[in-house]
Design a protein around this ligand. Structure first.
Ligand SMILES: *[C@@H]1O[C@H](CO)[C@@H](O)[C@H](O)[C@H]1NC(C)=O
Ligand SMILES: *[C@@H]1O[C@H](CO)[C@@H](O)[C@H](O)[C@H]1NC(C)=O
Ligand SMILES: *[C@@H]1O[C@H](CO)[C@@H](O)[C@H](O)[C@H]1NC(C)=O
Length: 366
């Protein structure tokens, strides 16, 4: 879940003669390419023939070569996707196709093409010593494109997820509650995506306390790890971490800072206190409070995390083709929604339309 830094939508005015109207049946979509593998970017248009399809990368025309060419159906074919090399351009970038017939030119959306990668871990798990009956937590972090799948090993053996005391959160967090002597060992995480597999450094879990009897001394509740601030896109899954220690064992509960109900649909508790919200919608945005209570008292500790849900731009109204006599005026309307609010760009024959003598943009088109 990476935040969308900006969102833009474009409205295109193609030709004004209905019979010849150009439109996209298929526009290129964002994709993660694998090095040295072929990549196809689709662009399917309809309209009066002949139609010429051309491609641009980062605004510059894509030149045909034996390695890169436009197929008869408009698809851009890159034979073996290349990483940046000295003196030559990489294939990563923003691609758009343009379709032209004798009436006008139409430009597609920009498709972001990234290359799959798995750089080194930037956070490795750290060794820790935990009292018998206590809580252990390990974390590893890696910035994979696409996001890496993280699994854990203890003493080089994959950790089974069937033990209820072990909670594996997808963002690279391992929690072990009610630790016992058998949990001691060497832990590491394994990250995998289409580009590579990597192993983290080792972290040792040591268990202190000689007997099997849990420690009798009173310990105030402490939140070992609270929720992080998250920015997600609608339909993703939010996981808000909360793990607490204390003696007696604290009770973890969740609420919203604004007092609104968290609801029940799509809500699950993972492990002893982590909150999972499946299929997030805009209403889930807010500040979430995790509270660790000492049983039977009002004694409590809290931790906060903000969840921000964004929605990609979506058109509510499109410009319609019109026929007008010379000297008259034509009005085109375009309405889009999204969070944060999208900004609209008008294009005419593939070029950004700037307000001028006889062109006026109103509302947020400026
Ligand atoms: C275009 O042609 C290529 C090669 O024949 C094919 O792989 C691709 O799926 C086609 N694209 C569309 C949108 O039909
Ligand atoms: C991650 O790896 C595990 C173990 O190989 C597998 O069961 C799981 O489906 C994978 N998850 C994803 C999202 O690829
Ligand atoms: C979360 O965001 C709030 C502001 O909205 C900030 O005060 C707080 O420090 C952030 N917490 C973390 C863990 O980054």
């Amino acid at each position: 879940g990476r935040p969308h830094s900006s969102s833009a939508a474009s409205c295109s005015v193609g030709s004004v003669s209905l019979a010849s109207e150009l439109s996209f049946l298929l526009e290129p979509s964002d994709v993660i390419a694998v090095r040295d593998r072929p990549l196809l970017l689709d662009c399917q248009v309809q309209g009066e023939e002949p139609i010429m399809v051309t491609w641009r990368r980062n605004g510059a025309p894509v030149n045909s070569s034996p390695r890169v060419r436009v197929l008869a159906n408009g698809t851009l074919f890159i034979q073996n996707f290349q990483k940046r090399k000295e003196g030559s351009d990489a294939d990563v970038g923003e691609y758009e196709c343009a379709a032209q017939n004798r009436y006008g030119l139409l430009v597609s959306r920009k498709a972001k093409v990234q290359m799959a990668s798995l750089p080194k871990f930037h956070t490795h798990p750290v060794s820790m010593k935990v009292d018998k009956g206590g809580v252990a937590r390990f974390q590893c972090q890696i910035n994979g494109v696409p996001e890496a799948n993280i699994t854990w090993e203890r003493d080089r053996v994959p950790l089974s997820t069937s033990d209820k005391r072990y909670t594996l959160l997808p963002m690279g967090i391992l929690q072990v509650t009610g630790v016992r002597q058998v949990d001691a060992g060497v832990f590491r995480c394994v990250a995998t995506n289409i580009a590579n597999t990597r192993y983290s450094h080792d972290a040792r879990l040591n268990i202190s306390g000689k007997t099997n009897i849990p420690v009798k001394t009173y310990k105030e509740p402490v939140i070992l790890s609270g929720p992080q601030n998250l920015t997600l896109t609608v339909h993703q899954t939010a996981i808000l971490e909360c793990i607490a220690t204390g003696n007696p064992k604290p009770i973890v509960s969740w609420s919203r800072l604004d007092g609104r109900s968290i609801g029940v649909e799509g809500i699950q508790v993972l492990g002893t206190g982590n909150l999972m919200i499946s299929d997030v919608s805009l209403q889930h945005s807010g500040v979430y409070v995790c509270a660790a209570n000492r049983p039977g008292t009002r004694m409590r500790r809290t931790a906060l995390g903000r969840l921000e849900v964004q929605a990609p731009p979506e058109f509510l109204q499109w410009p319609q083709s019109v026929s007008k006599p010379a000297g008259g005026s034509a009005v085109f309307t375009c309405v889009a929604q999204g969070v944060p609010e999208p900004h609209l760009i008008w294009l005419k024959n593939g070029k950004v339309l700037v307000p001028g003598n006889n062109v006026k943009l109103t509302n947020n088109n400026r």
